[in-house]
Design a protein around this ligand. Structure first.
Ligand code: NA7
Length: 535
C-alpha cells in the first residue's frame, strides 16, 4: 500500500475502532493497521482460560451509540473474554469498520517529514503511507514479556504466555503444568487450569490481593436498573473527571467495627470496588493496612493449609498499589490436592530446564509452562516502533528517562501524533472504555479545529509537557502508589525508568476540555512548517 491519507490509526482494539469510526464520520480519510487478524486488541490476544474484564460488563461498553448500548445484551456481571471479543466484532461489523483496517500488518516506523508536515509510516508488509496525522491506539498492555530467567527458552514442552494465548485453546488434560506469575492473569487462569490439568505448580514471587468477583448472570432487572441510572452515569463520566485519592475523614470518624462492617459489605458485593469501601484507602496507610488485614484474614479463612495460606498473604505492598485482582475461586483452588504453591520469596527460581523449573531447593517437573508474567506496560509497544519526530528526534531518546507526554495525549517533538490513553493520562487506573472515548473525541475535535483554522501542525510545548509530567508525579507521590514495585511504575521490567505512569488526579477531563477551549493551550500550532504560533 502506498499513497496518502489524512490519518493513520495504529491498533484496532477499542481505542482504534472508535478512532476510525469518528475520523470517518468527521470526513477524514483514514487507514488503520492492526497486527492481529481481527479486531479487539487486548481481548483478541488474551484468550487464556478464565480471562474476564474486572470492570462490570454494563460499564465496559461504548457509550457513544445508545442504539448499540440498547441492542447489546451482556450475559454476566463480569463478561468473559469470548463475549467481549464477540462484542468487538459486532461493533466492527455494525459500523462497517473492517474495510478501513489492514490486518496482520505491524507498523514498523513513523518518521515525520518536516518539509511536508506529514508522517511517513511503514509496515512489515512493505506499505509506505504518508499521513498528516498518526494516532497510536496501541493499548496499554500489549507487549507481553517473558522474564529474563536463565534457560527461559530451554523448556522442551509447549510454553504459553497469557497475553498471546493460542486461538484454538489449550487442552491441559493429564498434564503437569507450571504457571509463573500471580497477577490478574495468573489469578484468573490458575483455577481454570487446575480443573483440567493433572497437576499445577504455581510459582509466586509476589502474593497479591484479590477480591472475589461474585460473578452472576445478568437479569432483566439488572438491565432495567442500569438504564434507570444511565443518565446519572453518563453525567458522571462526562463530568470533570474523578481522581483516585479520596479523603479518609469519614473512615477515620467511624469506629473500627463500622469500618469492618463496610469492608464486609463491599467484600460481599465483590470486585475491585472493594477499594471504594472507604475514601482514602489509597492515601492513608493506617486505613489501607486495615483493609489489607481484612483481605489477609479472608485468605486465612479460605485456604486450609496454614503454610500455604500464609504464603498467599500479601505483606510487601499496600492494598491497591498493584492492580487489585478480581477472582473466581482463586484462593479456594489451593485447597485442591493437585495444586502446589511455590513461594519464590523463599526459594527463587534458578533456571528453567528442558522438563522442569528449578528453584533454589527443588526441581519441579512439568509438561507445559505458562507465563502469566505481564507486559511491558504503557510504553513497550510505542517504543518498539521506530518513531522519529521533528529534526529526527526519536521517541526512544525523548523517553530515555521515562515517558513524557502532555496530558498523556501528545509528545513534544512529535507533531501531529497522538496517543490514545498514553502515559500521563488516567488510562489503566480508570475505566479504559470511558477514557478511550474521551481521548478519541478530544483528538477528533482537535483535528477538526485545525482543519477549520487552516493549521497543518500541532505539537505539545516542551515546557508545558515538563510541568504536566511533574504534576502527574506530585499527585502520585501524595498517595501510596509509589510504595509498590508495580508495572504502573515500570518496575516489572529490568532497567525501565521508575516513573508512575497513569494520572490519578481529579479534574482530568475538565483540564483537557479547557485546553481545547483555549485554542489548544500548551500546544504550538502552525499553518506552514516555518510559521509557528504558540497558542
Ligand atoms: P502482572 O500484573 O504484571 O503480573 C505478572 C506476574 O508475573 C506477577 O505476579 C509478577 O511478580 C510475576 N513475575 C514477573 N516476572 C517474574 C519472574 N522473573 N519470576 C517470577 N514471577 C515473575 O501481569 P498480568 O498479566 O497478570 O496482569 C496485567 C494487567 O492485565 C492487570 O493488572 C490488569 O489490569 C489486566 P511480581 O509482582 O513482579 O513480583
Amino acid at each position: 500500500m502506498a499513497g496518502e491519507v489524512d490519518a493513520v490509526v495504529v491498533g484496532a482494539g477499542f481505542g482504534g475502532m472508535y478512532m476510525l469510526y469518528k475520523l470517518r464520520e468527521a470526513g477524514f480519510s483514514v487507514q488503520g493497521f492492526e497486527a492481529g487478524d481481527g479486531v479487539g486488541g487486548t481481548w483478541y490476544w488474551n484468550r487464556y482460560p478464565g480471562a474476564r474484564c474486572d470492570v462490570p460488563s454494563l460499564f465496559y461498553s461504548y457509550t457513544w451509540s445508545e442504539e448499540l448500548q440498547k441492542e447489546w445484551r451482556w450475559t454476566e456481571k463480569y463478561a468473559a473474554q469470548p463475549e467481549i471479543l464477540t462484542y468487538a466484532n459486532h461493533v466492527a461489523d455494525r459500523f462497517d469498520l473492517r474495510p478501513m483496517i489492514a490486518f496482520e500488518t505491524r507498523v514498523l516506523s513513523a518518521h515525520f517529514d518536516e518539509a511536508a508536515d506529514r508522517w511517513r509510516v511503514t509496515t512489515d508488509r512493505g506499505d509506505e503511507l504518508m499521513a498528516r496525522f498518526v494516532v497510536m491506539a496501541t493499548g496499554c498492555l500489549s507487549t507481553p514479556r517473558k522474564p529474563p530467567i536463565p534457560g527461559v527458552d530451554d523448556f522442551a514442552g509447549p510454553t504459553y504466555h497469557t497475553g498471546a494465548w493460542p486461538h484454538e485453546g489449550v487442552d491441559f488434560t493429564g498434564q503437569r503444568v507450571a504457571v509463573i506469575g500471580t497477577g490478574s492473569s495468573g489469578i484468573q487462569s490458575i483455577p481454570q487450569i487446575a480443573r483440567q490439568a493433572d497437576h499445577v505448580t504455581v510459582f509466586q514471587r509476589t502474593a497479591n490481593y484479590s477480591v472475589p468477583a461474585n460473578n452472576t448472570p445478568l437479569t432483566d432487572k439488572d438491565i432495567e436498573d442500569f438504564w434507570k441510572m444511565y443518565p446519572g452515569y453518563i453525567a458522571m463520566i462526562k463530568g470533570p473527571g474523578l481522581g483516585f485519592g479520596g479523603n479518609p475523614a469519614n473512615a477515620l470518624a467511624a469506629t473500627p467495627e463500622e469500618r469492618r462492617q463496610r469492608f464486609e459489605e463491599f467484600w460481599g458485593v465483590g470486585g475491585a470496588g472493594f477499594l471504594a469501601a472507604w475514601g482514602g484507602i489509597i492515601t492513608d496507610l493506617d486505613l489501607n493496612t486495615e483493609a489489607a488485614d481484612f483481605v489477609r484474614e479472608k485468605i486465612g479463612e479460605t485456604v486450609k493449609d496454614p503454610d500455604t495460606a500464609e504464603a498467599l498473604k500479601p505483606y510487601d505492598h499496600p492494598i491497591g498499589t498493584k492492580r487489585i485482582c478480581v477472582d473466581i475461586d482463586y484462593f479456594e483452588t489451593y485447597n485442591r490436592p493437585n495444586v502446589t504453591l511455590v513461594n519464590l520469596k523463599e526459594t527463587p527460581i534458578e533456571a528453567i530446564e528442558a522438563h522442569a523449573v528449578r528453584t533454589s531447593d527443588a526441581t519441579y517437573e512439568a509438561d507445559a509452562l505458562v507465563f502469566a508474567t505481564g507486559f511491558d506496560a504503557m510504553t513497550g509497544t510505542l517504543l518498539a516502533i521506530d518513531i522519529r519526530g521533528a529534526g529526527g528526534a526519536t521517541l526512544k531518546h525523548a523517553w530515555a528517562e521515562g515517558p513524557k507526554a502532555y496530558l498523556g495525549l501528545a509528545v513534544a517533538g512529535l507533531p501531529n501524533l497522538f496517543i490514545v490513553t498514553g502515559p500521563g493520562s488516567p488510562s489503566v487506573l480508570s475505566n479504559m472504555i470511558n477514557s478511550i472515548e474521551q481521548h478519541v473525541e478530544w483528538i477528533v475535535d482537535c483535528l477538526g479545529y485545525m482543519r477549520e483554522h487552516g493549521f497543518t501542525r500541532i505539537a505539545a510545548d516542551a515546557q508545558t509537557q515538563e510541568e504536566w509530567v511533574a504534576h502527574v508525579r506530585r499527585v502520585a507521590d501524595k498517595t501510596l502508589f509509589p510504595r509498590a514495585a508495580s508495572w504502573y511504575m515500570g518496575a516489572n521490567i529490568p532497567g525501565k525508568p521508575r516513573v508512575f505512569m497513569p494520572y490519578i488526579g481529579s479534574g482530568y477531563r475538565k483540564k483537557c476540555a479547557d485546553v481545547a477551549a483555549a485554542g489548544y493551550e500548551g500546544f504550538e500550532l502552525a499553518k506552514e512548517p516555518a510559521d509557528v504560533h504558540a497558542a
